[in-house]
Ligand binder design. Structure first.
Ligand SMILES: Cc1ncc(COP(=O)(O)O)c(C=O)c1O
Length: 371
């Protein structure tokens, strides 16, 4: 069956997903935190049946994501948007009974009367963050993400019962996480102590499913915080949920030479793993290292459509299969039809080993994408 599926395709391994989910379950049990899947990172809903067994719900960045979480995942649906439109606020009626988080005081005041039936929180920009990339740094200069002025919170405190701090990006350093949480505590102590605040989301960007992450210390820290202020902690991981659980499987279509050997595969970085370009990092590939040097590149016309440069044990030839690993986070949610290159299918390897094609894209999908 597997051999019949044409490349390119994203291959999601449920057993690898399960490994992360078991860690998440452990964190939920040990720390008391509730853990929500950040749909902005991964929203391939065909595997929600597995993920939803181990998580408390979803968090979203738009009405569509919120609706997807509500319809396809269930459990808790947290609704956030950097800026809601009136129309979206009216549509939210469909998603009764969940939490809504406003990014600013003006949005909260503008829509308060329409969303009173939700539990309401606001996003705070604590002015500190952990991110190696300026583009992903929520506390960067002039950031629009969250309320900066602490003083202004006291004017809206009677309208809310939750706070959200998203201040990490790929943070695998527990000490740093812990120190920053202490800083946040110190700065917002009086607000946290208000008995009105019932829940605090610490956002995503914490690499707690990494093998090396001190997960017990992490749980202890979360539990202490939650006890001290009598609040329900939420985490909103995306990347940590799907870490290393997917490959982008491709075939070499051509090998050209320009001082170096360049293998061109039947996928594109720009169209299928866009974050690699945004963050200027190389794709990880599943192969044994050796002395055969290749640049592996995509087949869009963008000169910089390059997955990376590799030293491989085996020589590549036309028809060789190349598997890019860690291909779940921020890939399928960002794929696009640039150049009209064929879209990777989505394939799932079930826990019993069965390979299942869950989504195939054809010319009509390209056609319907625009009009
Ligand atoms: C508010 C919020 N929550 C959660 C996440 C998920 O982060 P990650 O996928 O790094 O865990 C993000 C990512 O940008 C975010 O902005």
């Amino acid at each position: 069956m597997k051999d019949k599926i044409k490349t390119p395709y994203y291959l999601i391994y449920k057993n690898k997903l399960l490994k992360n989910l078991k860690k998440i379950e452990y964190v939920r049990k040990l720390s008391g935190a509730k853990v929500l899947l950040a749909l902005k990172c991964f929203s391939t809903w065909s595997v929600f049946n597995l993920i939803s067994k181990y998580m408390d719900g979803t968090t979203s960045s738009s009405f569509y994501e919120a609706k997807l979480g509500y319809d396809k995942f269930g459990k808790e649906t947290h609704i956030f948007s950097v800026a809601f439109s009136k129309r979206e606020i009216n549509l939210l009626k469909e998603l009764n009974g969940n939490k809504i988080i406003f990014n600013s005081i003006s949005q909260l005041n503008m829509f308060y009367n329409k969303v009173k039936h939700f539990e309401i929180g606001v996003r705070i920009n604590p002015g500190i963050s952990y991110s190696s990339f300026n583009i992903a740094d929520p506390a960067r200069q002039f950031s629009r993400l969250g309320i900066v002025s602490k003083k202004s919170i006291k004017y809206i405190i009677n309208k809310i019962n939750g706070l959200m701090f998203h201040y990490n990006c790929e943070n695998d350093n527990f000490t740093k996480f812990s120190e920053m949480l202490n800083e946040i505590e110190l700065k917002y102590f009086d607000i946290l102590n208000e008995k009105r605040i019932k829940w605090v989301s610490l956002g995503g960007g914490i690499s707690f499913t990494n093998n090396q992450y001190p997960i017990n210390k992490f749980c202890k820290k979360l539990k202490e915080f939650s006890k001290k202020y009598d609040v329900q902690i939420y985490l909103e991981p995306g990347e940590a949920v799907v870490l290393n659980s997917c490959e982008l499987v491709t075939t070499v279509l051509d090998i050209v030479e320009n001082i170096k050997k360049i293998a061109i595969v039947d996928a594109s970085v720009e169209a299928h793993m866009l974050d690699l370009l945004i963050y200027r990092v190389c794709a990880e590939i599943r192969t044994k290292p050796g002395n055969n040097e290749y640049i592996i590149a995509g087949r869009s016309c963008l000169a910089g459509d390059v997955f990376g440069e590799y030293h491989l044990l085996n020589k590549l030839k036309i028809g060789s299969i190349i598997r890019f690993t860690n291909a779940a986070s921020y890939t399928m949610v960002k794929k696009n039809w640039f150049n009209g290159v064929s879209m990777p299918s989505i394939v799932v390897k079930e826990l019993n080993g069965q390979i299942r094609l869950i989504k195939d894209f054809v010319y009509n999908d390209f056609l319907k994408n625009l009009s």
